[in-house]
Design a protein around this ligand. Structure first.
Ligand code: TMP
Length: 202
C-alpha cells in the first residue's frame, strides 16, 4: 500500500483546473500537509515533446499516436516524479491525469477500453475531481488566447465534455461546478479533499 495520496483535477481547456490545483496545494500546505503540484503533459522529455509536436502544430497527429505519446509520458512522469513523492508520504495533486487521455483521445474517436488498457500502469487516484464549465464559457476564454492548441476547437471541447460527464456518471470522477467564483470553487474542492483524507485515516 502506498503511503502518500494522489488527487487529480480534470477539466476542459481553460476550465480553471491549474488555478484550482495550485490553490488546493497551498491550502493543504497551510494545514500542515506535505502537498505538491505537478501536471501532465509532464515537464520531462516526452512531455516537452508533446507540447511542441502534438499540441502546438497546425494539424493533429493520428489519435493513436497521440494516445501512445500521452501514455508514455504518463509512465515516465509516474516513475520519475509521482511514485517517489508518494513513497515519501506526500499528497500529489495532479493537474490532468489519465482521464484527460480518455476524454481527449476518446473524443478523437479511440475506444475508451483501449485507452484504459495502455494506461493500465497508472495508479488509481484516491480522489479524482472534474471541474465542469459549460463549453460556451470555455470557448469565450479560449478565443482570448494568443497561442491555441490543436484541442481547442468547439467540436473537440463538446465531445471532451461529453466523455468527462460519462466518466462522472460511471463513478470515475467527482463533478464540481467550476462555473462559479475562484473562491467558491476552491472552498468546495478543499472541503472534499479534507473530508476524503479524514475518511482514509479513520
Ligand atoms: P493544459 O496545459 O491546458 O492542461 O493543456 C494540455 C492539453 O493536452 C489539453 O488540451 C488536453 C491535452 N491532453 C490530452 O489530449 N491527453 C492527455 O492525456 C493529456 C494529459 C492532455
Amino acid at each position: 500500500m502506498r503511503k502518500g495520496w494522489l488527487i487529480c483535477v480534470e477539466g476542459l481547456d481553460k476550465s480553471g483546473k491549474t488555478t484550482q490545483s495550485r490553490l488546493l496545494v497551498e491550502a493543504l500546505v497551510n494545514m500542515g500537509f506535505e502537498a505538491v503540484y505537478t501536471s501532465e503533459p509532464s515537464s520531462g522529455e516526452i512531455g516537452r515533446f508533446i507540447k511542441r509536436y502534438v499540441l502546438h502544430r497546425r494539424r493533429r497527429l493520428p489519435a493513436t499516436v497521440e494516445a501512445l505519446l500521452f501514455a508514455a509520458d504518463r509512465v515516465d512522469h509516474i516513475e520519475r516524479e509521482v511514485k517517489p513523492m508518494l513513497d515519501e508520504g506526500k499528497i500529489v495533486v495532479l493537474d490532468r491525469y489519465l482521464y484527460s487521455s480518455l476524454a481527449y483521445q476518446g473524443a478523437a474517436g479511440l475506444d475508451l477500453k483501449w485507452i484504459m488498457e495502455i494506461n493500465k500502469m497508472a495508479p488509481k487516484p484516491d480522489l479524482a475531481i472534474y471541474l465542469d464549465v459549460p463549453v460556451e464559457v470555455i470557448m469565450m476564454r479560449i478565443q482570448k488566447r494568443q497561442r491555441r492548441s490543436v484541442m481547442e476547437s468547439l467540436e473537440t471541447q463538446l465531445k471532451v465534455r461529453e466523455i468527462y460527464l460519462k466518466l462522472v456518471k460511471e463513478g470515475y470522477l467527482l463533478l464540481i461546478d467550476g462555473n462559479r467564483s475562484i473562491e467558491e470553487v476552491s472552498q468546495d474542492i478543499r472541503r472534499i479533499a479534507v473530508e476524503a483524507l479524514r475518511l482514509k485515516r479513520e
